[in-house]
Design a protein around this ligand. Structure first.
Ligand code: LMR
Length: 328
């Protein structure tokens, strides 16, 4: 009995050391699907947890669950409303069941550069778009940028015709489906955690993602190469539930929201550097990266951009025009 007790005590002690949450603290669980390190969202989550656990010690604590270890992006939305997690940051492509306004961000070639995307995401217009989630019981706290997306496939892609007939994994986004169909390819919606296996087993031929997702999830290892199309933004809405936020004491809520705001700003400043590092790391690991000539890129633009017209009604032409007008 004594040795069992000793083992039990040792186990409690070990987990107490890993667990940042002490007695009486408000627990904030943050569940996401990407790598914990070397990725803009993973790093933002770690930074946020570090600050909350240091600065709010005794009042609140944050536990981060990376790499889909707790929930995937569909389940996490439900879990927020059930109070099983308190913070999540699904990609903006995954909100169409809640609001079609955010389809703006999926329009191919909306933002010519990451800087343009960041400028827009920091604007009042972008803040206003997030408030569309209020009606569903969520509160959008801000955005984390991830990067622009590139295509990869099991064969070389230089022109849109090269993609014809292939099957691409997409996020749960009808804009993405329309965009892939414009290439005369087929789209399959799959959860992020299933992508590597689907590529490896040939369930799909290709995928589209940021440099850091393609690198940290090792997609490049089971693809012919990556084509630098920069065709679409990947960014996240950092969301919580209204019930959770309303239940916090005002000073705790204020401190929490201030830390979130500051962390997101800091994280977004690092995205371009992080993406460049992932691109380089992948090239160093032997991945083939194809750059497009201006004419080749123009062919991708003129093939995919016409899908905008299918979604103007959902988003509002005024919203689209205002976003385009902000591009530098
Ligand atoms: C994807 O499903 O490809 C991305 O949304 C994953 C992520 O969170 O970056």
């Amino acid at each position: 009995t004594i040795s069992l007790l000793a083992v039990a005590l040792a186990a409690t002690h070990a987990s107490a050391q890993d667990d940042p949450c002490g007695e009486g603290e408000t627990v904030i669980k943050f569940s996401h699907v990407v790598a914990a390190t070397g990725h803009p969202k993973g790093e933002a989550a770690e930074l946020l947890a570090k600050r909350i656990n240091e600065e709010m010690d005794g009042k609140a604590c944050m536990q981060v669950f990376a790499n889909s270890t707790l929930y995937d992006d569909d389940k996490v939305m439900e879990s927020l409303l059930l109070g099983d997690v308190q913070l999540a940051a699904p990609s903006l492509s995954k909100f169409e069941a809640y609001t079609k306004k955010l389809r703006l961000y999926d329009l191919p070639f909306l933002f010519p550069t990451l800087e343009d995307a960041n400028n827009y995401l920091a604007s009042d217009n972008a803040k206003e778009l997030l408030s569309a989630l209020d009606a569903e019981g969520y509160t959008g706290l801000g955005y984390i940028t991830s990067g622009l997306k590139q295509f990869s496939a099991n064969k070389p892609l230089e022109l849109p015709e090269d993609a014809a007939g292939l099957k691409f994994r997409v996020q749960t986004s009808d804009v993405a489906v329309a965009m892939i169909e414009a290439l005369e390819a087929s789209a399959q919606k799959l959860a992020f955690k299933e992508v590597y296996g689907a590529l490896q087993q040939g369930v799909v031929d290709g995928q589209e993602n940021t440099w850091c997702n393609t690198y940290t999830q090792k997609f490049f290892e089971v693809q012919d190469g990556i084509t630098e199309t920069n065709h679409q933004l990947l960014a996240y809405a950092v969301i919580s539930s209204q019930d959770f936020l309303d239940g916090l004491d005002e000073d705790v809520r204020e401190q929490f929201l201030t830390i979130v705001n500051e962390t997101l700003a800091e994280a977004n400043d690092n995205v371009a550097t992080q993406e460049a590092e992932c691109r380089k790391a992948m090239a160093d690991a032997g991945a083939t990266i194809r750059q497009l000539t201006d004419e080749q890129r123009e062919a991708w633009v003129s093939t995919m951009k016409p899908v905008w017209s299918q979604f103007e009604g959902d988003i509002g032409t005024d919203v689209i025009d205002a976003a385009v007008a902000m591009n530098g």
